[in-house]
Design a protein around this ligand. Structure first.
Ligand SMILES: Nc1nc2c(ncn2[C@@H]2O[C@H](COP(=O)(O)OP(=O)(O)OP(=O)(O)O)[C@@H](O)[C@H]2O)c(=O)[nH]1
Length: 810
């Protein structure tokens, strides 16, 4: 124990009271070493003495117990330490670690070896005196002699250190000594009260320290649980966790250190104690242990360090994370902590939520099943109706299809537009709209014609290009209008429309020169085509009478000339009807003309003539024959649809039909007549059939639809009775059947026939003149479905040269 006087004279050094301001050591000091530790020390002392062997005599119990205490009762380490301390042979590894011991110890060791004159007792005394260790504390050299009663004994190391210094040979009366000055903060410290390395008093101090550490650890744990852990404790806890983690990882890796107990985990608070004994710090194993224990501190991560948030941090990071237990109420995570976490995240590492969802819902199987999913169309079942009986019982109005023919611009479309307007099939508002549109492009006179001509090409050119279909009905009849183009370039379309009609309405422009131009143009040709199609009745609408002031003379002239021509074309005179009218004004269309210049006419209106006309007989009981006039794709419900006139027979929903010449079957899914769904259709109607079970490539315009059990034969050459419109001789021609046409030729002129009786007049004629009838053989380039009774039109270089009736296969 340092002398009191020295303390009094010592310079008042300002120590850091914050480090050693614990007063608890006084209380712990009184308690001493716990009973279990005393027992451990007692047993350990016996074992160490046994292990020391020859060194046993030079070691006191206090030294042994001190070593045991330091090494946590590890007998082996304590023995090694003590042997090394006493100068015994130590392992090489231990010698290396002696670098950590103090210089005074090294000096003492050298002195022992190089100064054999030194008192051997001094060696022991030196070990026990503790002066070397004392030098590690702040000291002052007193300029005055110490108290004369005190005998200051130098150790061997001390003497060796100063042996070459002459002034060091101080007379005893002048001798001064090194006096340890106890700093004020250390006054109450246990190690100063009971002496440094002071035997049992030191052990008691260490015991008190350990207890203090344990209690601190417990208090820290409780404090953490209560959310009141201070910053330092959080750091120490983290150190402990890191050490544990390290141990755990070592265990998992099977390392050698795995079997070594973790001091850090056993005594976590030990590291925070600053009152470690200098002797312990100087011990080699302690140095090693310190490094080991402190090793995790190198890797300290301050991620958990928290501070009160600044305004900027609050704005930047938002409120503190609720998932992270806050150290205090006003704590926010440091921004860089979260930033680091986000940096480590790779959002595309794992499966996406959709993938997880799909996987959980057995997505692959679902996708496969969706791919395999096909919509099986329910097979349409036929009602097996007796269609003929149904039709007759239905009391349905008669059905009449007429084609409007005539030379270009003679007023066909305008006449039909006026008819539909007057019959209120087209409302006045639509007519007014068409009128405005027509005016914008300078074609106001075509407004009514646009009721029929709906395409932009037709409207801009002012001519009809393709067949336009409209419906209207009277008291007795359902009418279908087939408005044909008058221009010669569209004769094939005119033929297609005519093939679907029961009779023609021929429109003639009565104005000056127009009638004559028509006769030289398509008026005659249209008549011949209509007649060659088998039509027997005809209505001649002498149009534009307003332009000639309803001239009876002009009307009579036209009637006379047209009657001659029509009768020449085999129309019976009684089946020809002439009506003076003006389609543009509507006079004599649906209502009688109200003009004094027209008082001379007392006959029918066009509508009355239409109602009165006789229709050809319907072949309801014959096998189905339908000429395909149009093929189109409908909606999802009806991917393929066709329309055309039924020339013979009937059909109903569910029927299987055969398409020729493709020779492919189809099923009738649905039928529409006049845009209304029906269960069946009969000869004379122009239904729309929605088909299934057939590829669209197998159906084209001009094909024939028939029952699979009564097909039409495909022929490449046939014999025909031909009515010549022009000179006919063996020559290449184009053969038209309904909407179908094929290149071919007149192969043979077999015979001239009597026009009325059909008898052979001349065999093998070289030429057939216009108006004559002959039997000819027609050759086709490709097979067409043609059978007996069908009518064909023969054209040559854009001129209609004849019309034929198919007799048999050649
Ligand atoms: N003054 C007068 N003009 C008419 C009458 N009917 C038609 N027109 C005019 O004749 C012109 C031709 O009429 P359209 O109906 O297009 O003749 P189209 O025969 O249908 O012509 P294409 O179908 O192309 O052959 C138009 O300018 C009509 O205004 C009529 O009764 N009186």
């Amino acid at each position: 124990m340092p002398p009191k006087s020295g303390v009094q004279r010592a310079k008042n050094i300002d120590y850091d009271d914050d480090v050693y301001d614990d007063d608890d050591y006084y209380e712990e000091e009184e308690e001493g070493v716990p009973a279990e530790d005393k027992e451990e020390l007692r047993v350990g002392t016996i074992r160490v003495r046994e292990a020391l062997g020859e060194f046993e005599a030079g070691v006191s119990d206090a030294q042994i117990q001190e070593a045991l205490w330091h090494y946590y009762y590890d007998v082996g380490k304590s023995v090694t330490y003590l042997k090394n301390k006493l100068g015994g042979a130590a392992p090489k590894q231990e010698q290396k670690k002696e670098k950590a011991v103090s210089k005074f110890e090294q000096a003492a060791s050298v002195a022992e070896k190089k100064a054999p004159t030194a008192n051997p007792a001094g060696k022991q005394s030196d070990v026990n005196s503790g002066r070397v260790e004392e030098s590690a504390y702040p000291v002052v050299i007193s300029p005055w002699p110490t108290q004369p009663t005190r005998k200051f004994e130098h150790s061997a190391a001390y003497l060796y250190l100063w042996k070459d210094i002459r002034w060091g040979e101080i007379p005893p009366g002048r001798e001064a000594g090194l006096i340890t000055v106890v700093p004020p903060a250390y006054k109450n410290h246990v190690e100063y009260r009971k002496g440094l390395l002071g035997g049992s008093s030191k052990l008691a101090a260490l015991a008190a320290k350990r207890r203090k550490e344990r209690e601190d650890a417990q208090a820290a744990a409780n404090s953490t649980a209560n959310g009141e852990t201070d910053e330092a404790v959080s750091m120490l806890d983290k150190l402990s966790v890191k050490a544990k983690e390290k141990d755990a990882s070592t265990l998992q890796s099977g390392g050698q250190e795995s079997e070594r107990p973790s001091r850090a985990s056993r005594y976590p608070i030990r590291r925070r104690s600053p009152s470690r004994s200098p002797e312990l710090e100087a011990s080699p194993d302690e140095a090693k242990d310190t490094i080991e224990a402190d090793q995790p501190a190198v890797n300290i991560e301050f991620a958990a360090v928290r501070a009160a948030p600044s305004m900027f941090a609050s704005v930047l990071c938002g409120p503190s994370q609720p998932s992270t237990p806050p150290v205090s109420d006003q704590v926010f995570p440091a921004p860089y902590v979260n930033y680091k976490e986000y940096q480590d995240l790779n959002p595309f590492d794992g499966p996406s939520p959709d993938d997880i969802r799909t996987a959980n819902s057995n997505g692959e199987k679902l996708a496969e099943s969706v791919e395999k999913l096909t919509v099986e169309e329910p097979r349409v079942k036929s009602k097996n109706l007796n269609v003929v009986d149904e039709y007759e019982k239905s009391g349905m109005k008669r059905m009449a299809n007429f084609v409007v023919v005539g030379h270009v611009d003679h007023g066909k479309s305008t006449l039909m537009g006026g008819l539909l307007r007057d019959l209120k099939v087209i409302d006045q508002r639509s007519i007014d709209k068409l009128q405005k549109e027509a005016e914008t492009i300078g074609k106001s006179s075509f407004a009514l014609a646009w009721v029929m001509d709906e395409t932009s090409e037709e409207r801009s050119r002012g001519i009809t290009v393709d067949i336009a279909t409209h419906y209207f009905e009277t008291d007795k009849t359902h009418f279908t209008i087939l408005d044909a183009p008058g221009h010669k370039d569209f004769i094939p379309n005119m033929i297609s429309g005519t093939s679907q009609a029961d009779f023609p309405v021929l429109v003639i422009d009565a104005s000056t020169n127009s009638f004559e131009a028509g006769l030289k143009g398509q008026t005659k040709e249209h008549i011949l085509i209509a007649r060659s199609m088998g039509m027997q009745h005809i209505i001649v609408a002498v149009n534009k009478m307003d332009t000639i002031s309803w001239s009876k003379q002009r009307f009579d002239e036209i009637t006379k000339r047209m009657t001659a021509f029509l009768t020449e074309a085999s129309f019976a005179e009684k089946r020809i009807t002439f009506i003076p009218l003006a389609g543009l004004t509507g006079d004599n269309v649906t209502k009688k003309v109200d003009h004094h210049a027209a008082d001379w006419y007392t006959g029918e209106t066009l509508l009355e003539a239409l109602e009165r006309i006789d229709l050809p007989p319907r072949n309801l009981t014959k096998p189905l024959r339908l000429s395909v006039a149009d093929v189109f794709r409908g909606d999802m419900r009806s991917p393929l649809s066709i329309s055309g006139r039924i020339d013979a027979g009937t059909l109903q929903v569910g029927d299987v039909i055969l398409a020729l010449p493709a020779n492919e079957t189809a099923v009738i899914k649905a039928i529409e007549v006049r845009d209304c769904p029906v269960d069946y259709a009969v000869c004379g109607q122009i239904p729309t059939l929605h088909l299934s079970d057939i590829d669209p490539v197998h159906l084209r315009k001009g094909d024939i639809v028939c029952p699979p059990n009564a097909p039409v034969k495909l022929v490449k050459a046939f014999s025909s009775k031909l009515l010549a419109f022009d000179h006919v001789l063996p020559m290449p021609v184009e053969v038209f059947r309904s909407t179908l046409n094929s290149p071919g030729g007149i192969r043979t002129l077999s015979a001239k026939l009597n026009k009325f009786t059909g008898e052979v007049v001349k065999k093998r004629p070289r030429i057939v003149k216009p108006g004559e009838v002959a039997r000819v053989v027609v050759q086709l380039e490709r097979e067409l479905p043609i059978e007996e009774g069908m009518r064909v039109v023969i054209r040559e270089r854009g001129r209609t040269v004849g019309a034929g009736l198919m007799e048999n296969v050649a």
